[in-house]
Design a protein around this ligand. Structure first.
Ligand code: AMP
Length: 560
């Protein structure tokens, strides 16, 4: 398939208002794709050229893209600034530049195929070290010389991770279902188990489709099951009529550990392969008999839990010295098991999975422990367990239905988390930073003010919902400045717009009416509670949650 087909289809869906029509158009494209390219096409139409867990990242910023466009066309930088003011998006700027390119007298270039573009993107992802910028520019040029303006626009948007077509993975699941006449529930389940929509599309296209009985595969991470916040212990207890287990809520990073033969891989909640950051866990896992996939939480631990920030510090480091391993020792608290040998366990009830987990991890381990769990016989006992956990430095508890299956990728009421009474009028949201501004005075030269966004209802567009000046320590601001510059999309005055990559927990005392924001209201006095390197865009809240909080505020005010 030619890349032109993909680019033109993306342009069509970006102009299309009807969601149904978008799904139909992408479904047609998938039907036309050959089995050996459908995985690539599927990933391209949602702007994610590689599976999240592949560890491949493009690391291409707008400067790289524009440099390549300038080299290919000879356009001057004054012209670029003008175009930026007009379009505000690198892809459209490059499209406009290429439209002005004079036709050459040389023989016409061979059009780019989807697989060629993919191959070049893989090469770009493989570049590191000295001279990377130049190397990436060269490879981008390589594509742009052969691209038409519309192809160039979508190549650049792919490179920058921003397609702006109003099409996401959820809609792609529908498009695959429609293209190959398969129940969308089966597609969704397969995607949760395999965490690779490209592979799911490929399995759906095969004849007969291999999507019917997808099993969990070792070394392909399964989406994590998530917990719903409970307002009170009573809510969780009553919802499950007391048929619950209560576990400590460890304040660390979620991990999934795969072991097959003497090979071990550990994936983060963002599906990244973080095996190399946890050598002491790997060493112990290798010694455990059998093949399994275990779910748990990694915590920095010295005679008790250490603050979450310690773990962040440790996971951020590329090289691990002995000193670092000693300063920030970790423990793995395993709380669930998804597969043992060839047997998938996710449809079995919690209580049976836990028994298997205990059998698999039997023996005394140093770094690995099974999460503490109790089976209370009354609501009061449930409260006592919670109080005991928080007294010992844990964040709270998880209250899990003992009959519940493991539901990958879903925030269901099968698991409740409870961290105690949060003040009625303090709200906390998980948001993503989309822009940042330089500070003043002591913070001049530092990107210290951040604009946050939440997803719209359909999880298609990010909507700005507030701006914060406070909450981070100087060291964190310095780190953020460096990181934000790395992911910059373009600059405008004092503000830089960035790829939506940095996820943060934000607290706000109130939601207030604000005509400046697209929703008509915004967070008042927002404060970053913590940076969440363990989360990805999928974890960001939708505006619905903010709307609910807004309505609660209004109700609260009218009674108080
Ligand atoms: P939150 O990140 O606030 O949505 O809380 C859910 C997270 O708590 C999970 O994703 C895990 O990382 C973490 N967690 C800590 N202890 C447990 C536990 N015993 N069971 C499940 N999740 C846990």
């Amino acid at each position: 398939m030619l890349f032109k087909d993909v680019a033109e289809t993306l342009e069509r869906i970006s102009l299309e208002q009807s969601i149904n029509k978008k799904v139909e158009i992408i479904g047609d494209l998938l039907r036309r794709a050959a089995p050996e390219e459908i995985d690539v096409v599927s990933r391209f139409v949602i702007g994610k050229p590689f599976p999240e867990w592949s560890g491949k990242e493009l690391n291409v910023g707008w400067r790289t893209v524009l440099k390549a466009a300038v080299n290919v066309t000879g356009v001057d930088s004054g012209e670029i600034v003008k175009l930026f003011k007009r379009y505000g998006d690198t892809g459209s700027v490059v499209e406009a530049i290429l439209e002005k390119r004079k036709p050459t007298l040389l023989s016409p270039v061979k059009p780019l195929t989807v697989l060629e573009v993919h191959e070049i993107l893989e090469k770009i992802a493989g570049i590191s070290g000295e001279g990377s910028f130049q190397g990436r520019v060269k490879l981008v040029e390589h594509m742009l010389v052969r691209a038409s303006p519309i192809e160039a626009k979508y190549i650049c948007r792919l490179l920058l991770g921003e397609l702006r077509c109003g099409f996401n993975e959820g809609l792609l699941e529908h498009a695959i279902a429609r293209a190959f006449d398969i129940d969308v529930k089966k597609i969704r389940k397969a995607n949760m188990l395999l965490s690779d929509i490209g592979y799911v599309a490929k399995l759906s296209k095969l004849k007969p489709p291999k999507i019917e009985d997808v099993k969990i595969e070792f070394f392909r991470p399964v989406r994590f099951m998530l917990a719903e916040q409970a307002e009170s212990i009573a809510e969780a207890w009553r919802y499950h009529s007391g048929r619950v287990a209560v576990e400590c809520k460890y304040d660390g990073a979620r991990v999934q550990v795969h072991k097959l033969g003497d090979k071990v891989k550990i994936f983060s909640r963002r599906m990244e392969d973080i095996t190399d950051s946890l050598p002491e866990v790997v060493r112990e896992i290798v010694d455990i008999e059998g093949e399994f996939i275990v779910d748990g939480e990694i915590v920095c631990w010295k005679n008790g839990p250490m603050p979450f920030q310690y773990l962040v510090r440790r996971l951020r480091r590329k090289t691990l010295s002995d000193e670092l391993l000693e300063t920030y020792p970790v423990k793995l608290f395993a709380f669930d098991i998804l597969k043992v040998g060839g047997r998938d366990l996710i449809d079995e009830p919690y209580i049976s999975r836990v028994k298997v987990l205990e059998k698999v991890l039997k023996g005394a381990w140093n770094v690995i422990e099974i999460a503490e769990r109790k089976f209370p016989s009354s609501e009061e006992e449930c409260t006592e367990i919670f109080e005991n956990c928080t007294k010992r430095g844990f964040e709270g508890v998880l209250i899990k239905a003992i009959d519940s299956p493991y539901v990958p990728g879903r925030r269901e009421r099968l698991w409740f988390k409870y961290k105690g009474e949060i003040g009625r009028h303090i709200h906390e949201f998980t948001l993503v930073i989309i822009a940042a501004e330089y500070g003043h005075g002591k913070r001049a030269g530092l990107l210290s003010d951040y604009v946050f966004a939440a997803w719209d209802r359909n999880r298609e567009k990010l909507i700005p919902v507030g701006k914060a000046y406070t909450g981070l320590k100087d060291r964190e601001i310095a780190y953020m400045t460096k990181r934000l510059k790395e992911i910059a999309l373009y600059e405008s005055g004092n503000r830089i717009y960035v790829k939506p990559k940095i996820v943060v927990d934000v607290a706000a005392s109130e939601i207030q009416i604000s005509p400046k924001y697209p929703l008509g209201y915004a967070l008042r006095f927002p404060r970053i509670v913590r940076i969440r390197p363990d989360l990805s865009l999928e974890d960001v809240d939708t505006v619905e949650k903010i709307e609910k909080a807004f309505l609660r505020d209004v109700k609260f005010k009218s009674v108080s």
